[in-house]
Design a protein around this ligand. Sequence first.
Ligand SMILES: [Mg+2]
Ligand SMILES: [Zn+2]
Length: 176
Amino acid sequence: MKLIILDRDGVINFDSDQFIKTTEEWLPIPGSLEAIARLNQAGYRVAVATNQSGIGRGLFDMPTLNAIHDKMHKACAQVGAHIDAIFFCPHTNDAQCNCRKPKSGMLEEIAERYGMSLQGVPAVGDSLRDLEAATRLSAKPYLVLTGKGKKTQDKGGLPEGTLVYPDLATVAATLI
Ligand SMILES: [Mg+2]
Ligand SMILES: [Zn+2]
């Protein structure tokens, strides 16, 4: 089975320093949903792993997060794309949980869900913590330059072997 792990904000949809707190604020990056569709057609299952500390901060609640993900699933369906599973961490940094990236808890859950090692599995993110979480489980880190990606690239210190691409559409094109 082929699997790919995606961060959400800054990879699939436009990011905001003010958090994505409403369905209206969730807007797909052009080409990202079509990229997911092409990955699906090439046999990839797509899992999302996303830090959503806005919940822990009280900026939005679970029904709102569910509504945002409902919008994402529907937008995907309109272009023939399918996201298999969404894993999210609702905690703030202070909670010291094991799921908030750069910790690897969400990726461990994904490995468990699919009953497979994540070694070499592409993991796409726009922040260093996405890449760090990936390398902890030997997944292959891909940095996209959408969202916070350019800032992340400029700061440097990327994990060894990180591949850098302009956006998810380009990542998909290289994988299929
Ligand atoms: Mg992100
Ligand atoms: Zn967490």
